[in-house]
Design a protein around this ligand. Structure first.
Ligand code: K2U
Ligand code: ZN
Length: 167
C-alpha cells in the first residue's frame, strides 16, 4: 500500500475531469487503500483520486477524531442540498493556504462503495464541506479558484516563490 505523491497547485493535471468508475475490481480496492493511506499520512481529512493523478471518480474522507471512520465514495453525486455555511478550508494540493468559503450546509449524496454497492449519505458540518471540496477536485476545481483574482495571484506568487526556494 504505497503512499502516493500529491499533485501541487497549479499543476494542470489538477484540472482534469475524473471519469466515472465502471469496473469494481481489485484494482479499485487497491486504489482506495492507497488513497486512504496517503490521506492519513498527509495528514488530511479527505483526498480525491485526481490529487494523485488518477482521473477516476473516487474520493475518501475521514473526519472522525480517532481517524477510524473511512468513507469511500465512488461516482458520487449530490442529489439534495440546503442551507449555506462558511468554513475555513485548506487543501493538500495547496499547502499553507487557508481561506473561508461558503458552501451548502447540508447535502444528500448518492454514491457507490468500493464493491459497487450503492448508498446514500446525509452530511452536514465538516463532513459536508469535505465531501463538496473533494467532489470539486473530481470536476477539476481547486478551492482557491473560488477566491478573488487578486488572492489567486498572490497565492500563485507565494507558491512559486516557495518552489524556487526549495529547488
Ligand atoms: O486536499 C484535500 O482535498 C484534503 C482537504 C479536505 C478538506 C478541505 C477543506 C475543509 C475540510 C476538508 C484538507 O486539506 S484536509 C486538511 C484540513 C483539515 C481541516 C480543515 C482544513 C484542512
Ligand atoms: Zn483539496
Amino acid at each position: 500500500m504505497p503512499v502516493l505523491d500529491i499533485l501541487r497547485y497549479p499543476d494542470a493535471r489538477l484540472h482534469k475531469i475524473a471519469a466515472p468508475v465502471t469496473v469494481f475490481d481489485q484494482a479499485l480496492k487497491s486504489l482506495v487503500q492507497d488513497l486512504a493511506e496517503t490521506m492519513y499520512v498527509a495528514p488530511g481529512i479527505g483526498l480525491a483520486a485526481t490529487q494523485v493523478d488518477v482521473h477516476k471518480a473516487v474520493i475518501v474522507v475521514d473526519v472522525s477524531e480517532r481517524r477510524d471512520s473511512l468513507i469511500t465514495l465512488v461516482n458520487p453525486e449530490i442529489v439534495e442540498s440546503s442551507g449555506l455555511s462558511d468554513m475555513e478550508e485548506g487543501c493538500l494540493s495547496v499547502p499553507g493556504i487557508y481561506d473561508t468559503l461558503e458552501r451548502a450546509e447540508r447535502i444528500k449524496v448518492r454514491a457507490f462503495d468500493q464493491t459497487g454497492q450503492a448508498f446514500t449519505l446525509q452530511a452536514q458540518g465538516l463532513l459536508s464541506v469535505c465531501i463538496q471540496h473533494e467532489m470539486d477536485h473530481l470536476k477539476g476545481k481547486v478551492f482557491v479558484e473560488y477566491l478573488s483574482t487578486l488572492k489567486q495571484q498572490r497565492i500563485r506568487a507565494r507558491l512559486a516563490k516557495h518552489l524556487r526556494k526549495s529547488a
